[in-house]
Design a protein around this ligand. Structure first.
Ligand SMILES: C[S@@+](CC[C@H](N)C(=O)[O-])C[C@H]1O[C@@H](n2cnc3c(N)ncnc32)[C@H](O)[C@@H]1O
Length: 291
């Protein structure tokens, strides 16, 4: 997961640390957000040999189990046949395929899968990476047990189109790539049933458990006064949620694993605006909490 445009954001960060204002040198103007978003769209749409090595779209369920917060596997294993799982930013949907593997086609890592009926699952991806394997499995399961939706971002679905879910996952998907972080979390919370949980991770952030020197940050948040804010302290200000963060300071990029449980219906998230965006996989982003 290398990002493609680190230099310009480094200038922003240094400028920010020095407390200077609008000090972009003429020769390295800040990336224009709309141009960077257009570049990001092109990264999503790359195919075949053009797909950058770091843009991984086929992690299986064992990859999800390794990357997501510790309660994810048990929670998935407890779902029954009338429950629903949404994977936002599913790529090719391999994690759902592993979960719904046929008996004779079982993935080697069975730890998130219990014998017996499985939950319905929905995979969403901006670009269409649906495979023949997915189409065959969906047809053999029938009854829309697994659905693959593409061509839209999460924010473009109405709540009725998607319905409600007991579990929502996001592994290097919308949470890592969105330009509207607070809107994204608000939408996720609306789609969760009360008692349901969102499992995700975010790489290259200020960790709840403290930072390592020399870290290259990918997602930076600041409060309304312009001071650094940690992603977990921001999320903990949301209403009707319980947030648990597991800081991975020894990973190549310091990463926060995040579990958000919805505990009542009146959810709201402190709004943030995007102040910097540089396309990449993942992109560099800086957000500021709105006063
Ligand atoms: C790097 S791939 C990760 C795929 C998969 N989760 C995996 O780990 O293999 C990023 C995925 O996130 C999707 N994505 C990014 N932003 C999204 C958004 N706002 N709504 C829906 N999907 C999004 C992309 O279309 C793509 O499917």
């Amino acid at each position: 997961m290398w990002n493609t445009a680190p230099t310009s954001l480094a200038v922003v960060i240094v400028v920010g640390l020095l407390g200077l204002t609008a000090a972009w040198p003429q020769e390295s103007a800040p990336p224009r957000i709309d141009e960077e978003i257009a570049k990001q769209e092109k990264i999503f749409q790359r195919r075949g040999a053009d797909v950058p090595g770091g843009y991984i779209t086929n992690r299986g369920l064992s990859g999800y189990a390794e990357l997501l917060p510790s309660g994810f596997c048990d929670a998935l294993g407890r779902l029954g046949s009338s429950d629903r799982w949404l994977d936002i930013g599913a790529g090719a949907g391999q994690a759902i395929l592993d979960y719904h593997a046929a008996q004779d086609d079982a993935p080697s890592d069975q730890k998130c899968v219990r014998p017996g009926p499985k939950a319905r699952a929905v995979a969403i991806s901006i670009e269409n990476r649906e495979t023949d394997k997915w189409r065959e499995r969906a047809a053999s399961l029938g009854d829309d047990r697994i659905r693959y939706l593409s061509g839209k971002r999460l924010r473009q679905y109405s709540p009725d189109e998607l319905g409600n879910f007991q579990i929502i996952t996001d592994v290097f998907g919308g949470f890592t790539y969105t330009e509207d972080l607070s809107g994204f979390v608000e939408r996720v919370l609306r789609l969760l049933e009360i008692g349901g949980a969102f499992y995700t991770l975010v790489p290259g952030v200020h960790l709840e458990g403290g930072d390592k020197l020399g870290t290259w940050y990918l997602t930076e948040l600041e409060n309304a006064a312009g001071r650094p804010e940690k992603v977990c302290s921001w999320l903990k200000k949301a209403t009707c949620v319980q947030v648990i963060c597991e800081s991975k300071s020894d990973w190549k990029r310091p990463t926060e694993l995040i579990n958000i449980r919805k505990v009542c219906s009146d959810t709201s998230v402190p709004r943030m605006k995007l102040v910097e965006f540089a396309a990449g996989y993942p992109p560099d982003r800086r957000f500021q909490v709105e006063p």
